[in-house]
Design a protein around this ligand. Structure first.
Ligand code: NAD
Length: 299
């Protein structure tokens, strides 16, 4: 399908996703408000353009990977936004994690201009973004999902069609609420075991071959020294920021309130990460909850 692709939002995730598209032979035009993020992609062969409208004028597909709902709305609807430059037939893919009610709105605006909008948030984290092994959860019309598959396959190992517009975001919010809960649980259990005199690596191995096994213990252990190539091995730098997790849990809370759904542990996880954020962990990876628990112990 599209060989000319626009990519907006070249951060921890988007930077690697854009790079993988170049590696697979696509020509990329890029935009980010952070000049360093743009420079990194230009070095890989991408062309830098001045704003989202200019991107939309020059490509057949635009992918956005931005922090939250307000950034996505501004990038689409703002002055020099995507809708200012869009051409009929363009495929718009938003992979940011945002409010599940927004895709419907953007999809109908896109339709008015003869374009197609899909919500396609991702799961997998920064290592999967680098390796091109992300999972995409896609919302939109089923027949519009087919043409997007090839592009998504350049950045991910799986693309799952979830249903009409917003369904990809709904699936993503539920996944991240579970992830937040399991990360706090893993950090608490590791911390207790260590305080009881167990070796952290051994304890992690036991979890990973026992019923406590989960992604947080097996692929992203929060305790420094248990794994390589994860944020806990690098002072919790990079990865998935606590502030982004606060945002996702807030979206899950809003959705739960709207639908009168009980989410007891989801609420507790939301408050825990909000408090961490207020204590200076906002830009650290969310697995730093382990470090935060240790700070509470000391105080
Ligand atoms: P990030 O903060 O590292 O990157 C966001 C990028 O967007 C930055 O480079 C920033 O400069 C740029 N940006 C901000 N506002 C902009 C604007 N108006 N126009 C153009 N560029 C702008 O965030 P990330 O970790 O890459 O996450 C991006 C999205 O993916 C978020 O919605 C997040 O919830 C989701 N996500 C992240 C992970 C993860 O592990 N990091 C995993 C799955 C999903």
């Amino acid at each position: 399908f599209a060989s000319r692709i626009g990519f907006i939002g070249l951060g921890n995730m988007g930077g690697s996703m854009a790079k993988n598209l170049i590696v697979k032979g696509h020509r990329l035009s890029v935009f980010d408000t952070n000049p360093q993020a743009v420079a990194n992609l230009v070095e890989e062969g991408a062309t830098a353009l001045r704003n989202p409208a200019d991107i939309a004028k020059n490509v057949e597909c635009v992918i956005t990977m931005l922090p939250n709902t307000s950034h996505v709305l501004e990038t689409y609807q703002g002055e020099n936004g995507i809708f200012q430059g869009i051409q009929a037939g363009t495929l718009l893919i938003d992979s940011s994690t945002i409010d599940p009610s927004v895709p419907k709105q953007l999809s109908s605006l896109a339709k008015n201009q003869g374009a197609v909008f899909l919500d396609a948030p991702v799961s997998g984290g920064v290592n999967a973004a680098k390796a091109g092994s992300l999972t995409f959860m896609v919302g939109g019309q089923a027949d519009e999902f087919e043409p997007a598959k090839e592009i998504l396959s350049c950045m991910g190992a799986r693309a799952v069609y979830c249903g009409p517009s917003g369904s990809g975001q709904a699936a993503k919010l539920c996944n991240n609420m579970l992830l937040a809960i399991s990360m706090i649980g893993t950090a608490e259990a590791m911390n207790l075991g260590i305080r009881l005199g167990l070796q952290p690596k051994l304890l992690a191995e036991i979890f990973n071959s026992s019923t406590g096994r989960c992604w947080s213990s097996e692929m992203y252990n929060p305790v420094p020294g248990t794994m390589e190539n994860v944020p806990s091995a690098n002072n919790y730098e990079g990865g998935f920021g606590t502030n982004l997790m606060v945002k996702d849990l807030g979206l899950a809370q809003d959705a739960a309130t709207r639908t009168q759904t009980p989410v007891m542990l989801g609420s507790l996880a939301h408050q825990t990460y909000r408090i961490m954020s207020a204590h200076g962990f906002g830009n650290k990876d969310f697995s730093s909850v382990y470090k935060y628990i240790q700070e509470i112990e000391k105080s």
